[in-house]
Write a protein that binds this ligand. Sequence first.
Ligand code: HEM
Length: 501
Amino acid sequence: LWQLLPRPKSQPPLVWHWIPFLGSAATYGRDPIGFFRQCREKYGNCFTFILLGKRVTVTLGTRGNDYVLGGKHTQLAAEDVYSPLTTPVFGKDVVYDCPNEKLMEQKRFVKVSLTIDKFRAYVGMIEDEIKGYLETDPKFRVYQMDDINEWGAFPVLEVFSEMTILTASRTLQGREIRERLTKDYAQVYHDLDHGFTPLHWMIPNLPLPSYRKRDAAQAKMSAFYQSILRHRREHPEEHQDDDVMASLMKQRYRDGTPLRDHEIAHILIALLMAGQHTSSSSLAWTMLHIADRQDIQEALYEEQVKHFGTPDGGLRDITYDELRDLKVLDAVVRETLRLHPPIHSIMRMAHEDIPVPATLAAPSEDVTYVVPKGDIVMASPIVSQLDPTVWENAETWEPLRWYDDKGVAAQAHKQYNEGEKIDFGFGLVSKGTVSPYLPFGAGRHRCIGEQFAYLQISTAICALIRRLELKLEGNFPKSDYESMMVQPLPCKILYRRRKFD
Ligand code: HEM
């Protein structure tokens, strides 16, 4: 009944719901994109819905992305929304458990260790890990047999999740940590990962085993990193490592203080978690589309032969600099991130009443909406990434759109980034917050792992496509919105070994 009472015109429309506290939680949780589209049709680009007792105001479209991602952090704070999920998993004093200025410094420290020189070395390590995995993991039994004509099937989610953790830990975390993390600490990682779910976010503390295991795992993981840090300090002669930990040990905050051991440990945990689900679901979606589209699979393989083929019919090692020239590969990753960006909702907390620009949404010419202090504000770049008024055949996975002569996607992009140089070479598309394509976010909280993720995913695709032919088993899987990131529902890919190997 309360919903029927007249409300101030300046308040964005409230999405109708039957159950007071739950609000639209079930509809949003099951299919957020469908929910946003329905609401957009009914209420326009700005509306409010109830999510487990909280008011959430959504702003859609390119202007909506800009409103949230380009907002001042004094008005729109990320930490208030994300901290209940991330602090129990990452640990104290990092990321969203510290003032925003400190997070900005921490992001800068990590960026220092994500340089092109490092990337050059990472390519070989990633290929090595994938090769080793195919040769030893029981899920690739058929690959390991002599008969190259036989087809096998592997479970998509498990395989790409394992490949991602192996390649990320080997490169970002260094060989020493990679070895121990995947052997002695596999269960600890598993328990920590199981505390990184929507339920743990909505209700950060419950007397349930998964919560106890999460907290114990965080303490163990933190102690594990800190023991390595101590050892490195006490025995510098034994450690010539050039990994992220070594780089963080040398950094200083602006006031001159070094990072404390637990901060370094917690930043490393944060990097592990931030990159794991995002990269593994992106890799899984990409490989599923490649398995589904034989023409693109062939084009990818031919691109490998063209760039890396040797006179004896083999393929030489991939290099970072050459990877950047592979147009089909780049388009395949870019198009997958358009259709399946792993993060569907980006959130902030309004610290004051904030007017909504009339160009985004307004009830009438003389009244503008105001988002009230205390609302969660939400953008969903995937809605503009699938907008049929921006993209031709928006729902179809069509990598060609990124590099065909017409440059359809380039046109769409240019429209929103007038004057900005577009680098279609590798990764990066836009730095601005007004864009219809923002899989890595934008503005202050923009992803720092973009270039690394691109490198990791692209190298993994090369390593796989060189060795395997792929086909889909059954229909193309639907999206699972109930996990932390948008990932495919459980499914399998059929594979057969290529002759090259
Ligand atoms: C932030 C996406 C991989 C570390 C973000 C944001 C998005 C995103 C959308 C913005 C979140 C917001 O504004 O609230 C992705 C995707 C990835 C990926 C699609 C892979 C395909 C990685 C990797 C790392 C990483 C590999 C670490 C090496 C971070 C960090 C932030 C971030 C530290 C900043 C958080 C902040 O400032 O609040 N990412 N990410 N990401 N990402 Fe990524």
